[in-house]
Design a protein around this ligand. Structure first.
Ligand code: A2P
Length: 329
């Protein structure tokens, strides 16, 4: 039943419950992966300028749209205002650049990517201070940025607008200062980082939640290593309770992790560039977890944050930074 595969926003727009995540995939990888994802039936694609793959995704979308293999209204494309572009005057030119790269007239959902802002040099490189730390822009004003986000809806450049990586306080502040309520908050969410307080608050306020890194983002290790950061991250697909539930349903641990997110009322955007795993991650609509199984997974929460933005050395000095975790003081 189609209704089972979509979540409805506070403005009536429908978002497919499973989308394909695209962080940490090279240009070549992503063209093949997006092609395979569309073939597998994905219609929800999540990207961002900071992933560096919008032009590649745009090329695939254009091929599919031009060939009539998919209609624009069947697609749900999400992209984001990057951390270097949170100043109000940067909002419209930045979405226009994304739209040009994606070869689209509008996106379905446009998110403020992070609550913090970083400064860049004229050549686009990050500004670094004398200590080698990234220079933050402490003047970030979410309400002022949001006024410009709202204009994107009025101009037809984005169907819906939302935020990403926002804390409960940050969402609450925005709700008190907006004309258009955020439709979505995209956050790290999986069995080991459930952020129940934030999720329950968003749900109560009718702000839908998308779970990024729903499988624990194994790929982040390489990204962290590139920034000189070593983390001993858990393998969510190896948790005994997850494996036990998977065996009971004849499904994989990844499918159980995703179904749990859907069964608790959220969307998920698992990343994969592997055609078989892409298929597997979308094949989660023919089973459901029992209340007991959902509860068993809810009890696993350990507050283990995989994406703590430590790869942006110095970002923790920004007044809107809230990502302290088990590794940072
Ligand atoms: P790959 O792209 O090779 O499939 P997350 O979405 O939490 O960031 O997790 C993405 C990571 O999990 C990637 O390393 C991806 O690798 C891997 N992955 C994605 N789907 C599955 C799956 N069904 N089973 C095992 N690993 C998966």
């Amino acid at each position: 039943m189609a209704g089972d595969k979509y979540l409805t926003f506070n403005n009536g727009q429908k978002m497919p419950l499973i989308g394909v995540g695209t962080w940490q995939a090279s240009d070549e990888e992503i063209e093949t992966a997006i092609d395979a994802a569309l073939e597998a039936g994905y219609r929800h694609i999540d990207t961002a300028p900071v992933y560096g793959n919008e032009p590649a995704i745009g090329r695939v979308l254009k091929r599919w749209l031009d060939a009539g293999k998919v209609k624009r209204e069947e697609l749900f494309i999400v992209t984001k205002l990057p951390p270097i572009s949170n100043r109000p005057h940067e909002v419209e030119p930045t979405i226009k650049k994304s739209l040009a790269d994606l070869q689209l007239d509008y996106v379905d959902l446009y998110l403020i990517h992070t609550p913090f802002t970083l400064n860049i040099n004229e050549d686009g490189s990050f500004k670094v201070d004398a200590e080698g730390l990234l220079e933050v822009d402490p003047t970030t004003n979410h309400a002022a940025t949001w006024v410009e986000m709202e204009k994107l809806v009025e101009k037809g450049l984005a169907k819906s607008i939302g935020v990403s990586n926002f804390s409960k306080d940050q969402v609450a502040r925005l709700l008190n200062n907006c004309k258009i309520r955020p439709a979505n908050n995209q956050i790290e969410h999986h069995v080991y980082l459930q952020q129940r307080d934030l999720v329950d608050f968003c749900k109560a306020e009718n702000v839908s939640v998308t779970a990024y890194s729903p499988l624990g983002s194994k790929g982040i290790a390489a990204f962290n290593a590139g920034a000189g950061i070593v983390r001993d991250l858990p393998d969510l697909m190896d948790i005994p309770e997850v494996k036990e539930i998977a065996a009971a349903h004849g499904k994989s641990p990844a499918q159980v992790l995703l179904r749990w997110i859907i069964d608790t009322g959220l969307c998920a955007i698992p990343k994969s560039t592997n055609p078989a795993r892409l298929k597997q991650n979308l094949d989660v609509f023919d089973f459901k977890l029992s209340d007991e199984e959902v509860a068993k997974l809810l009890a696993l929460d350990k507050n283990i944050r995989v994406c703590d933005f430590a790869f942006f050395h110095g970002v923790e000095r920004h007044p809107e930074f809230t990502f302290k975790n088990q590794y940072t003081k």
